[in-house]
Unconditional design. Structure first.
Length: 515
């Protein structure tokens, strides 16, 4: 897997917010709801001061009852606005994540086969699943809480300075050490989160590879060796997680300590002679509540920083894949395709890696209606020829032409639709046998599916199944024999009525009579 070059958080956030542009109206409503929630939350301590200084001290129980009822109305309003805000942000988040996941999968489908040759499947899957989920958490709950916490802090400061400037300055005296601690925490936590995502990708890749190859692991009695290898990867992942936990275990007690010190300073100053006449009991309790409320969003911001850093680390990986330019582009004005004409390889050079050529000055001509066989040693490039004709890879030198037209001037989709390949290693998808033969092409009727299966002899075993063509195939055709899977692959190739049929050692697992 290639190294991820970190982008600035601002740049990544800007790219993520591009996906939010279609939901401007909903975002404006969410911001207004955020402001309402923050205001209702910050005025609650003021009700406490009024209740104590204006009503409890004066034994005015009617006034106390009225302020209590008003306080209840404020709490209910805050709860309602909070519900609307949470639901709306989750709705926006889900729509944004849907767009990002779709874009990422589309990019994955368009990448050259070379990318998949060089990158573990598990790490690619991690980006479309785990990394996208990290962004979902950020959009659905992270941003809403960050905005809410910032607004709460702003409104608290306004209320505090309006009520009592000296006590407000006492509360903020603890701010410099808090900022220093937060800066140190930020720098350490970012690196730990990047390591966590990297090791998670490694673990997913290892699991994907070894679950698919479980039969080989058991055949060669590799259980203990593979367990040891997995334990090392799991140990690295555990270590990265523990490092993030360590930084949080230091940070939160430090913030709690500063909060307690601030409350102590408020009480100490309030008890001083210069404050004895200036600070009422209600004012003191109100500022203690302000202090608790001031540090609570700081706690939340620290926790959301965890979520945000997780999302930033995931974003780096997602945009690294989205920005990958290993894509075989279609020509702007493709030439018409005529596969019934002559196919030519003209002095073709091709290497998977640098100058390690698999094909060197290779030429071949296939005339219309001709059947040819290519024989060679393992690794001689037989499958490579098939891949190049389908333009899964770009050649280094030379030309591949159909009807004297270079295939690079043809539409990729049209070219590949005209060719069917039956591979030695069959890939089947979870679903019915009918769906695996049709493979999403609704233009292929049920009768054509059955005809294709009958033509290759697959109907003999399919018709004996309880649900016949509607029988469900489990992942990778685990419920079928290798030969049965290969026959379904044959039927799939014929059902598409290709103009060119390629068999890549396709009968290796079929019995002699059927072959």
């Amino acid at each position: 897997m290639s190294e991820i070059h970190p982008q600035s958080d601002k740049r990544m956030i800007a790219r993520l917010l591009d996906y939010a542009k279609p939901y401007k109206k909903q975002i404006v409503i969410a911001v207004l709801l955020n402001i309402a929630v923050a205001i209702l939350l910050t005025i609650r301590p003021i009700f406490t001061r009024i209740a104590i200084d204006d009503y409890m001290v004066e034994s005015n129980f009617d006034g106390l009852r009225n302020i209590a009822l008003l306080f209840l109305v404020v709490i209910l309003m805050q709860a309602f606005f909070q519900f609307c805000l949470t639901y709306l942000m989750a709705w926006i988040g889900q729509h944004i994540i849907f767009q990002i996941r779709t874009s990422l999968y589309k990019q994955t489908l368009n990448l050259r086969m070379k990318y998949f040759d060089q990158n573990p499947v598990g790490q690619i899957v991690t980006r479309v699943t785990n990394d996208i989920n990290a962004l979902n958490d950020m959009f659905s709950s992270g941003i809403i809480m960050i905005i809410s916490d910032i607004l709460i802090i702003v409104f608290l400061l306004i209320c505090m300075f309006c009520m009592n400037i000296p006590l407000s300055l006492v509360t903020l005296s603890i701010l410099p050490p808090l900022l220093i601690i937060s800066f140190i925490f930020r720098s350490k936590a970012r690196k730990a989160f990047q390591d966590t995502r990297k090791h998670l990708g490694r673990m997913n890749g290892f699991m994907q590879e070894h679950v698919l190859g479980m039969l080989i692991v058991k055949i060669f009695n590799r259980e203990k060796k593979e367990m040891a290898a997995f334990a090392d990867i799991n140990k690295d992942y555990r270590g990265a997680n523990i490092r993030t936990i360590f930084y949080y275990a230091l940070y939160f007690p430090a913030v709690e300590l500063l909060s307690s010190i601030t409350m102590g300073l408020i009480i100490w100053y309030s008890a001083g002679a210069e404050f004895q006449n200036a600070v009422s009991p209600g004012m003191l309790i109100m500022f203690i509540q302000f202090t608790e409320m001031f540090f609570r969003p700081i706690y939340d911001l620290s926790d959301k920083y965890n979520l945000l850093q997780n999302a930033m680390a995931a974003s780096e990986r997602i945009f690294e894949l989205m920005d990958n330019d290993e894509i075989i582009e279609n020509p702007q004005n493709p030439e018409p395709l005529n596969v019934s004409s002559k196919i030519e390889f003209r002095n073709v050079y091709f290497a998977y890696n640098d100058d390690d050529y698999v094909l060197k000055d290779f030429s071949l001509t296939v005339n219309p209606g001709e059947t040819i066989a290519i024989v060679g040693a393992t690794g001689a490039g037989k499958t490579t020829i098939t891949s190049l004709l389908n333009r899964f890879y770009e050649i280094n030198q030379g030309e591949i032409c159909i009807d004297n037209i270079d295939i690079r001037k043809l539409d990729k989709s049209e070219l590949r639709s005209a060719i069917s390949i039956v591979l030695q290693n069959v890939v089947l998808f979870e679903g019915s046998i009918k769906e695996n033969i049709r493979l999403g092409n609704l233009d292929i009727s049920d009768d054509e599916v059955i005809a294709a299966a009958q033509a290759v002899g697959a109907d003999q075993f399919i018709s004996k199944l309880p649900l016949q063509y509607d029988s469900i195939i489990f992942e990778d055709g685990a419920s079928l024999s290798v030969g049965q899977k290969q026959l379904i692959s044959f039927a799939r190739a014929l059902a598409y009525k290709p103009q060119l049929l390629i068999l890549d050692e396709a009968t290796s697992n079929i019995d002699t009579e059927t072959e």
